[in-house]
Design a protein around this ligand. Structure first.
Ligand code: NAD
Length: 442
């Protein structure tokens, strides 16, 4: 099939590339001309494992093209994907400006009936609103055409995006006509998915995406809230998590206590879901609590560090390992490292920052400040430091040379924001160890 993808960020580029990989002819369009220029040179402007090679391969094979003219993108397309960002507005609702820019352009340029697939995460009712707006624009041009608008929310995880698009757990398709469902089935047929393709109303598809993210985030917040009690009563939240997750009705996923979730999806989607409850005047104490616990968690963690260092915090050096919101990505949207480093700085510390992917996209998210220093080596970060703070659990940090760390640090304090390390082992190396929801001394 001939497909156009509008918006070439984490979701759009992975979608475009996977569709081209299975043999579709794909044209990508993005409003950001620098991004298009990089992509035409087979350079992926963000970090996603394996993606650059697959982009390059499909460009070379002639299945994947990038254009900077909307009309070129839509000229021959059977299906158009919209994967533009839907960031939160100040009031927490989703900003649909980019999405409607695309709809407006399509309404002005389309000449025939095609299928429009909305991959972006959008509030319930948006697909229906797009359907009306687009078809009204086409009608106003005197065209006898009608486009199907399909909701096809994306569930990929950054850092595992390629694995996820080729091995999804389910494909959710929200449409209002048999023809649209059949088009989507033909589109996905070459992937030979073994997972279910779930057909439903667009509203159910839209809500499914929010439900999935909010549910996963609620598990994290539940464990984080529980970790506060664990800390006080001398329980180890990691052991509790293992006991809990072993129950097949519960399972182990998303039961890790730590400094909470970040990223471009959970925080914004929970705000957007909360906003939907508000709009419909339905109380949602749960949705509120997920977000509240998460934001408190970062502050509590920073406070633990600050209180432990006490007066010595002033002019101390604190090393942060891992800056991205999770491992295997360079995405810094709502990354806990931003807030934690700011809180430590405010308390008087000099903060040394290290991440395995220390590119300009990461560095640019931090303010220019003499109290902040980026270093290219994880051990350089701890040189003369008074505290080592693990913020993001990249595998590089799984088994550091603690003997070397001990020799380099001025004061051997370890704050493990992800409960990544074995407290007994770290303590046996001479460090003072603090995790989240773990007893101070066993
Ligand atoms: P992103 O910010 O990485 O990419 C969005 C892209 O859209 C950018 O390249 C931007 O330049 C482009 N764009 C903006 N306006 C445009 C326009 N008018 N025409 C063409 N391109 C335009 O965003 P993302 O992380 O890929 O997320 C996209 C959508 O997918 C969001 O709704 C998000 O909630 C959802 N989603 C994201 C993830 C994830 O892990 N990132 C997972 C599932 C769903």
């Amino acid at each position: 099939m001939k497909i156009a993808v509008f918006g070439l960020g984490y979701v759009g580029l992975v979608t475009a590339t996977s569709l081209s990989e299975v043999g579709h002819q794909v044209i990508g369009y993005d409003a950001d001309t620098d991004k298009l220029e990089s992509l035409r040179n087979s350079e992926v402007p963000f970090y996603e494992p394996g993606l650059a090679d697959l982009v390059s391969k499909n460009i070379d094979q002639g299945n994947l093209h990038f254009v900077d003219h909307i009309d070129w993108a839509i000229a021959d397309s059977d299906v158009i994907f919209i994967a533009v960002g839907t960031p939160p507005k100040e009031d927490g609702s989703a900003d649909l400006k980019s999405l409607y820019q695309v709809v407006e352009s399509l309404g002005q340029m389309l000449e025939r009936s095609i299928t429009i697939v909305v991959k972006s995460t959008v509030p319930v009712g948006t697909n229906q609103a797009i359907d009306r707006a687009l078809n009204a624009l086409l009608e106003s041009r005197g065209l006898q055409v009608s486009c199907d608008v399909v909701s096809n929310p994306e569930f990929l995880r950054e850092g595992n995006a390629l694995h996820d698009v080729f091995n999804p757990d389910r494909i959710v398709i929200g449409a209002t006509s048999r023809q649209a469902f059949d088009t989507m089935r033909r589109l996905y047929a070459p992937f030979h998915f073994t997972c279910p393709l779930l057909e439903m109303e667009p509203a159910s598809a839209e809500l499914s995406k929010y439900a999935a993210n909010a549910f996963l985030a609620s598990r994290i917040s539940f464990m984080n809230e529980l970790s506060r009690l664990a800390e006080t009563v001398g329980a180890d939240i990691n052991q509790v998590s293992t006991a809990l997750g072993t129950d097949p009705r519960i399972g182990h996923h998303f039961l890790h206590a730590g400094i909470g979730y970040g990223g471009s999806c959970f925080p914004k989607d929970i705000l957007s879901l909360r906003n939907m409850f508000w709009e419909h005047r339905i109380e949602s104490p749960l949705t509120n609590a997920i977000q509240q616990v998460n934001s408190e968690q970062r502050h509590r963690f920073a406070k633990t560090i600050i209180e432990h260092l006490a007066d010595a915090i002033d002019n101390s050096t604190i090393a942060l390992w891992g800056l991205t919101f999770k491992p295997n990505t360079d995405d810094m949207r709502d990354a806990p490292s931003l807030e934690i480093s700011q809180l430590l700085q405010k308390a008087g510390a000099n903060v040394r920052l290290y991440d395995p992917v220390l590119n300009s996209a990461i560095k640019d998210r931090f303010p220019t400040d003499s109290q902040l220093e980026f270093v290219d080596d994880m051990y350089e970060a701890v040189h003369g430091a008074d505290a080592l703070v693990l913020v993001t659990e990249w595998t590089t940090f799984a088994e550091p040379d603690f003997t070397k760390v001990m020799q380099l640090m001025r004061t051997p304090n370890v704050f493990d924001g992800r409960n990544f390390w074995d407290p007994d082992f770290v303590r046996s190396q001479g460090f003072t160890y603090y995790g989240v929801g773990r007893p101070e001394i066993r």
